[in-house]
Ligand binder design. Structure first.
Ligand code: GAR
Length: 214
């Protein structure tokens, strides 16, 4: 069974969705540790409520990005992690660690990449009066939010939507899609080969996995 690490910085609602899916055996993998770079993150409490190992690696205690990344790597190695899941992890990881885990580290981003890498995606969508918004799940490369895309989930933006409305609906689509993709990666139905995402579950699915709001 694949050993999973989940990296968080905040509320951890995605961590909870993933942990629930593991306990209900909808994910064929085991969460070995949850790492937070923010000591006060609510996600740590969620991790503990599932009986998971919660490790704090407080970025503010490290002089350089490299030293912080090395400590993260140290924890991942200690737990012999196969798959690293960034679920609301708000620190940029450097070249060395992203290279080491290339093909084994995935990120959840709240936009339809390549649109809106970086922060404040909901605000940007509203500002630009976009009709659609969504989430992307991608392999992590050394470039921010730019690695090969595995899956995207799409929502429609309504006229009077606020940032909170979008966040709520984005979360609901994340909680459904992310555990499913993690399970497919655990079962090696999705993998990275020569920088290309491969889907071995279904002949019709040789492109980005897409999911639309019901
Ligand atoms: C999620 O919506 C995720 O897409 C986003 O942070 C939120 C975390 O929520 N990630 C990023 O912005 C990464 N750049 P959660 O802590 O409740 O899972």
């Amino acid at each position: 069974m694949k050993k999973i690490a989940i990296l968080i910085s905040g509320s951890g609602s995605n961590l909870e969705a993933i942990a629930k899916a593991c306990f209900e055996q909808r994910i064929d993998g085991q969460i070995k540790c949850v790492i937070s770079n923010v000591p006060s993150a609510f996600g740590i409490q969620r991790a503990k409520s599932f009986g998971l190992n919660a490790v704090i690696v407080d970025h503010s205690l490290f002089k350089t990005r490299d030293e912080f990344d090395n400590e993260i790597d140290h924890v991942l190695s200690k737990y012999k992690i196969d798959i690293v899941v960034l679920a609301g992890f708000m620190r940029i990881l450097g070249k060395k660690i992203t290279k080491k885990y290339y093909g084994k580290m995935i990120n959840l981003h709240p936009s339809l990449l390549p649109l809106y890498p970086g922060l404040d995606t909901h605000a940007k969508v509203l500002q630009n009066r976009d009709k659609n918004h969504g989430i992307s799940i991608h392999y992590v490369s050394s470039e921010l939010d730019a690695g090969p895309i595995i899956a995207q989930g799409c929502i429609s933006v309504n006229k009077n939507d606020t940032k909170n409305d979008l966040e709520k609906r984005i979360h609901s689509i994340e909680h459904k899609l992310f555990p499913k993709i993690i399970n497919d990666i655990c079962n090696e139905k999705i993998y990275l080969e020569d920088n290309v995402v491969k889907f071995s579950m279904d002949k019709s699915m040789q492109k980005i996995y897409e999911y639309y709001e019901e």
